[in-house]
Design a protein around this ligand. Structure first.
Ligand SMILES: [Zn+2]
Ligand SMILES: [Zn+2]
Length: 260
């Protein structure tokens, strides 16, 4: 259930509260991402400069994303769109797990659709960052932010038509997604070599996996794990070799770099 203290807030109070939480999470996760970029200089992914004013541009995108996503969540909570009701740890884990898998499937289709020429206008903002930073993850156009809002709110609405969800499982997933999205766009490869194996990437990708999407565009539409790309044949074969190069201390010198 939605906690009583949250339910008692007005529309405006609810929105301000969610904005405060989201901005707080963004600041913390970005700080971790920038800290990693500084601490792990030997694990840099692309040794290619950012475009002029990139951080400022990305900050604007973050503001757009946060405004739209928090408004959608406020609407959903105040209108009671998602049917919450399940309580306890097991329900929390089940809701988290359903969101974890469901969002990846949803995101792959959303992302793939935005790469269709007629919809690319929605997605160009995110791809303005060819080399990524922790601020890239939430740097999107208003249209793409709406797509993410559908994943955060519409997807659990559909799930809750089947069975009531755990409020905390849903909140936990949103926090996990936000941290992963921000930290995972850092231009650094912090993972252990096992992360670049085929078995591990069914569940979680190395950071270079999505960095290559920003550099090359037409492949690697998955973010968190590679299973959707594997299903649809959109995974590049050379990324483990590039991973090996990066963790050996040789960052990719150009966006066009390939391994044979
Ligand atoms: Zn991205
Ligand atoms: Zn893309």
């Amino acid at each position: 259930m939605i906690p009583d203290a949250l339910r008692a807030l007005s529309w405006a109070q609810t929105w301000f509260f969610i904005v405060a939480l989201w901005v707080g999470a963004t600041v913390v996760a970005s700080s971790i991402g920038f800290g990693m970029e500084r601490a792990l200089k030997a694990r840099k992914i692309f040794d290619v400069p950012l475009f002029e004013g990139q951080y400022r541009f990305e900050l604007m995108g973050n503001a757009v994303f946060i405004a739209i996503v928090t408004s959608a969540i406020t609407l959903a909570l105040k209108l009671g769109v998602i049917r919450f009701g399940a309580a306890g740890w097991a329900a929390g884990v089940a809701t988290f797990g359903a969101m974890l898998v469901g969002f990846q499937v949803f995101y792959w289709f959303l992302h793939r659709a935005m790469h269709v020429p007629s919809l690319l206008f929605l997605h160009r903002w995110h791809h303005r960052s060819q080399v990524t930073t922790p601020l890239t993850g939430q740097s999107v156009s208003p249209g793409e932010a709406l797509g993410w809002a559908v994943g955060f709110v519409g997807l659990p609405w559909v799930f809750s038509l089947v069975t009531p969800l755990s409020f905390w499982g849903w909140v936990g997933y949103l926090a996990f997604n936000t941290f992963g999205n921000i930290v995972g766009h850092s231009n650094v490869e912090p993972t252990a070599p096992i992360a670049a194996t085929r078995a591990a990437t069914w569940f979680a990708n190395a950071f270079v996996y999505h960095s290559l999407h920003h550099a090359r565009w037409n492949g690697h539409y998955s973010f968190q794990a590679a299973f959707m790309d594997r299903l649809f044949g959109t995974e590049w074969k050379d990324w483990p070799a590039l991973y090996a190069r990066i963790i050996a201390g040789k960052p990719l010198a150009s966006l066009k770099e390939h391994a044979d």
